[in-house]
Design a protein around this ligand. Structure first.
Ligand code: AMP
Ligand code: MG
Length: 520
């Protein structure tokens, strides 16, 4: 098979921009602008996801064609590439038109289980690039490529990655925004999702009072992605909103479960499918700190800090409700759905946290047990991943052993941690008591805990090691991490010493390991 089975639904069923020039501009009454990827100097495939190649029936494509199509050298026959028009609230403020400034949608590709909207990120200027170049650098492309597949294997809803290629071109970036720009290697990630429609895709038309295009896009979205909700009507629009609220809530509970901090939860970075999208300055919680954000641009207000993600998701959903309001014209039912988010989130979060500590029934003291745990984790700067994974080794009869383990998994010095030991000891006592009320066998409990507490996550310093090597044309760590993170819940003892470990000291202040900007 040499032909890819494709469709161009978005580009043929929705109103497009009549202007075909690739010049930055405001685009009115259109969901997209046609644009082709910019040819690159010398594209080279670094990695492709075997799972996605298989799912998308691309395995029999000639390697030359695969590279050409998914790095933007050659158009897939019959495809109508385009960039989407959308707006967004950035850091709490309406930012007007944003759009795909460096993403070009190729077409929809029919896969084994579903149809995949396929996009190139970093394939050159588009009408939405504003004053930027539409390109992406190798470091941020590696981060998106590895993390989106890692998230999928963790069971966290996400866009997927198909391939990672070098473009052969150089891209100028000022990593720290400190007036020291430098050339970096350019790269393209091909990524896929049911669609790349965002909250901001609806907001842009609502903000312009363009009810016609808004209705067309909402109806299109329901027809192709939410058809189980029925024909477009006020009732269907409300059900549509409700479904987005629920999938978003579940996604955020999963983020909190694995310690993922998105870093830029602007409404243009929120997928209507409730999948994690746009991997920029994201990070993974190491020492437990709810105020932590990896994004240097947000260092002052910390709007997108770990502990704030659930509230920000609700704030973003409220903006989506405002955008859909013109089609519904009633506040109360929208408000009811938003209120339900709050109560449901609390409940989901509590049950999720209890699951992480191996408690699968509910008792009245459980909220306090979790609150006390969080207090201890944060006061003793405990490594999030190590602590929860190692909790499967807790034996009520040998508390002292576990206290030693806690000491090892903390970022505090032994002297500092000694001050916390009494609270840990008290918590382990309450925990032991609580465990006795559970009827599940110890083996079964451990099995279940291991399914929600990953052993391996993509800590920033791990990506940075892969990035540093890749910069020297050594892609071995990309391969190693890609394979490691396919089984994040599996022991993989041969990998333990290297990757099931606290952040090394060298990584604490290194750029890319603790601090990240949006300069991707
Ligand atoms: P982000 O927060 O990275 O998702 O980006 C916010 C907006 O800026 C989106 O509209 C992006 O398409 C645009 N953008 C980010 N980086 C670039 C770039 N290098 N060239 C053009 N547009 C960009
Ligand atoms: Mg974005």
């Amino acid at each position: 098979m040499n032909k890819i089975s494709i469709e161009n639904k978005f580009a043929t069923e929705l109103p497009g921009d009549p202007d075909k020039k690739n010049v930055s501009r405001q685009v009115q009454e259109a969901c997209y602008s046609e644009v082709t990827p910019t040819p690159t100097a010398n594209a080279q495939l670094i990695h492709s996801s075997p799972e996605m190649r298989d799912e998308m029936n691309l395995d029999e494509l000639k390697p030359k064609d695969f590279l050409a199509y998914f790095s933007g050298q050659k158009l897939i026959p019959g495809s109508i590439p385009f960039s989407m028009c959308y707006g967004g609230h950035q850091f709490g403020n309406w930012a007007g038109q944003l759009g795909d400034g460096r993403a070009i949608n190729l077409c929809e590709i029919k896969g084994k289980t579903q149809t995949w909207a396929t996009q190139l990120k970093g394939a050159g200027h588009t009408p939405y690039s504003r004053t930027a170049d539409g390109l992406a650098v190798l470091r941020s492309s590696i981060r998106e490529y590895l993390c989106s597949e890692a998230m999928f294997h963790l069971g966290v809803p996400t866009t997927r990655a198909l391939s990672l290629s070098l473009t052969g071109d150089k891209v100028m970036r000022d990593i720290l925004y400190d007036g020291n720009p430098d050339y970096e290697k350019g790269a393209v990630v091909s990524r896929v999702a049911p669609s790349f429609i965002r909250f901001g895709s609806f907001e842009i038309f609502a903000s312009r009072g363009d009810k016609k295009t808004l209705t067309e896009l909402v109806n299109y979205t329901i027809k192709h992605h939410f058809s189980h909700l029925g024909e477009p009507s006020k009732k269907t629009y409300l059900a549509f909103f409700k479904e987005i609220v629920e999938t978003t809530r579940k996604m955020v509970v999963d983020w909190q479960r694995v310690g993922f901090v998105h870093g830029v939860m602007n409404t243009d970075n929120m997928s209507i499918h409730g999948v994690t999208i746009d991997y920029g300055p994201y990070g993974w919680l190491e020492d437990y700190d709810e105020s932590w954000t990896p994004n240097t641009t947000d260092a002052q207000n910390r709007r997108y800090r770990f502990g704030n993600q659930p509230s920000v998701a609700l704030w973003n959903l409220t903006q989506l409700a405002n955008a859909l309001y013109p089609l519904i014209e009633e506040v109360e039912p929208l408000q009811e759905i938003l209120d339900y988010y709050k109560s449901q989130y609390q409940l989901n979060y509590l049950l999720m946290m209890l699951g992480k500590i191996g408690i699968f029934t509910f008792d009245k003291g459980d909220e306090k047990l979790i609150d006390d745990l969080i207090k201890n984790l944060s006061e003793s700067e405990m490594d999030f991943t190590l602590f929860f994974r190692n909790l499967n080794r807790f034996d009520s009869k040998n508390k002292e052993n576990h206290l030693k383990l806690i000491e090892k998994d903390s970022y505090l010095s032994k002297i500092e941690l000694d001050r916390q030991i009494n609270s840990w000891s008290a918590w382990l006592d309450s925990y032991s008591k609580r465990l006795k009320k559970e009827t599940i066998s110890n083996e079964k409990k451990i099995e279940k805990m291991n399914l929600v507490n990953p052993k391996y996550v993509l800590r920033n310093w791990m990506s940075q090691l892969a990035i540093d090597k890749a910069d020297k044309e050594d892609y071995s760590l990309i391969n190693e991490l890609f394979d490691l993170l396919k089984k994040p819940y599996t022991e993989q003892p041969e990998m333990e010493e290297k990757w099931f470990t606290k952040r090394p000291d060298w990584a604490k202040e290194k750029v890319g390991c603790s601090m990240l900007s949006c300069s991707s």
